[in-house]
Write a protein that binds this ligand. Structure first.
Ligand SMILES: [Zn+2]
Length: 90
């Protein structure tokens, strides 16, 4: 019997696989696919994936500027100029 947990596990495996493809190729189609899987399966993307691509231009973070200020990481996507800030919890 397939449980909900199995579905999540498979979905997560696919997400990580798609993300590795996205990162290798720099193709935004894979990111788009990842988001669609997330929506369809009603799961939020894992945090480590979510922080690894630009939400605006849907490209994996490769060409970025990272600045650390106190407890906040500022990531600037140099492809589209989008700025995101992440709080570090200590
Ligand atoms: Zn961007």
């Amino acid at each position: 019997m397939i449980t909900k947990k199995d579905v999540y596990r498979v979905a997560n495996e696919r997400l990580y696989y798609l993300f590795s493809l996205a990162f290798q190729t720099g193709d935004e189609r894979y990111i788009d696919l990842m988001e669609r899987i997330g929506r369809r399966m009603d799961i939020t993307l894992p945090q480590d994936i979510k922080r690894m691509y630009c939400k605006k231009c849907k490209k994996p973070y490769k060409n970025v500027r990272v600045r650390l200020k106190k407890n906040v990481i500022t990531v600037t996507c140099l492809e589209c100029g989008d700025i995101r800030r992440f709080q570090i919890n200590r």
